[in-house]
Write a protein that binds this ligand. Structure first.
Ligand code: NAD
Ligand code: GLY
Length: 360
């Protein structure tokens, strides 16, 4: 199985990639001397497909395995569900010789990771991501946490997993819109950090839309390598790591204005990337044909590219509520051509709104 290392000194870990490789989870955890008991956190949707192979692999490797199920949905990434996980861990009597396995998408990964970061002041955990978004983004880099009623991801910790096990075969059962939403994050890496990856996606859209195993393994591995190198340089997002927020500022505004129901996260990010690309062009950071290539790619990936109609005032308010606002200005990530990035502080939002084509 291929693997890459996220190099963070004594907290370094490996990301493994393969097709139908869940059976390798147990031996890899044993190699890491993970303790004797594993609690697999999952939800009913993912658990129905993949709990059994993971359980069997862990059991065969000598671990006692427990199942902790949380409800499916972003609305359950909260303190109540977290408490439910703690309750089960305490009832099961899990001690520091135990570890958690997060089996699911970003919701399961974030909340299980945070439970691992905080239970008994921290026990090891393993990520087994099963959405494309989780495989290329959320399972790598150690951001864990839950939502608060006043905002997303407001409570959390940086806490790195002991390993990440990516089985692309799990994507076979992923609903289409979830899959396309993950492709938006892959495109993001190409647009701001890797022109060759961009070209690969551009030239292989049909294969990617058909979930071709080889193409998927290539883009997932490349995306993880990019994310690993960013995280190695700036684990706690004091600077460079913010590049991963490309398209997310406007994307979050779109999600907020549409009440988190109309768009999947990656769809909103696709819209945000187009707004950022048009703004970048207006600033001379990219030319028209590069902007058009970005839009063509996102459309080919069946992602939305048009900002939904809301007033300039509504967008301005939503944008200024973003976590990246300091002293009334936005720290904004632009693409520089294709494959490069540029950070700039934006105090005047009007060019963004104009170039984004937002209605009056
Ligand atoms: P998700 O975890 O809600 O999964 C989407 C849906 O797909 C769910 O219904 C889930 O049950 C289902 N599903 C998952 N795997 C499946 C499979 N293989 N087959 C069938 N169905 C499957 O959503 P997501 O997009 O994976 O993650 C979004 C979350 O990730 C958000 O909470 C976001 O804040 C977080 N996130 C975290 C980071 C980070 O760095 N920690 C980065 C990006 C996003
Ligand atoms: N998803 C952005 C990050 O991990 O920093």
């Amino acid at each position: 199985m291929d693997n890459i290392t996220v190099g963070l000194g004594e907290r370094s870990y490996k990301i493994f990639f393969g097709h139908q490789v869940l059976a390798e989870t147990g031996p890899l955890c044993r190699d890491l001397k993970m303790g004797s008991r594993a609690a697999v956190v999952t939800n009913p949707t993912v658990g129905a497909h993949y709990f059994e192979p993971v359980r069997a692999s862990l059991a065969k490797a000598g671990f006692t395995v427990h199942r902790i199920e949380i409800p499916d949905g972003e609305e359950y990434k909260n303190s109540e569900t977290l408490k439910g996980i703690y309750d089960r861990l305490i009832d099961l009597g899990l001690d520091r010789g135990s570890y958690l396995v997060a089996l699911g998408g970003g919701v399961v990964g974030d909340i299980a990771g945070y439970a691992a970061a905080t239970y008994l002041r921290g026990i090891p955990f393993v990520q087994v991501p099963t959405t494309l978004l989780a495989q290329v983004d959320s399972s790598v880099g150690g951001k864990t946490g839950i939502n608060h009623e006043k905002g997303k991801n407001l409570i959390g910790a940086f806490y790195q997993p002991g390993l990440v096990m990516i089985d692309v075969a799990t994507l076979d059962t992923l609903p289409e819109r979830e899959y396309l939403s993950g492709l938006a994050e892959v495109a993001k890496y190409g647009i701001v950090l890797d022109g060759e990856l961009f070209d690969f996606i551009f030239n292989n859209t049909d294969k990617l839309l058909g979930r071709d195993t080889e193409s998927l393994l290539f883009v997932i591995q490349r995306s993880c390598a990019i994310k690993a190198s960013v995280v190695e340089k700036d684990e706690r997002e004091t600077g460079l790591r913010a590049v991963l927020n490309y398209g997310h500022t406007v994307g979050h505004a779109v999600e907020t204005l549409t009440g988190y129901t109309k768009y999947k996260h990656g769809e909103a990010v696709a819209i945000g990337m187009v707004a950022a690309a048009k703004y970048a062009e207006s600033m001379g950071l990219a030319n028209k044909s590069e902007t058009e290539r970005i839009i063509t790619l996102l459309k080919a990936l069946r992602l939305p590219v048009e900002l939904p109609e809301f007033s300039v005032a509504a967008y301005t308010e939503a944008l200024l509520r973003d976590k990246k606002v300091r002293d009334g200005g936005l720290n904004f990530v632009f693409n520089k051509g294709i494959g490069g990035f540029h950070f700039a502080r934006v105090t005047d939002l009007s060019p963004l709104l104009k170039t984004g084509g937002i209605g009056g």
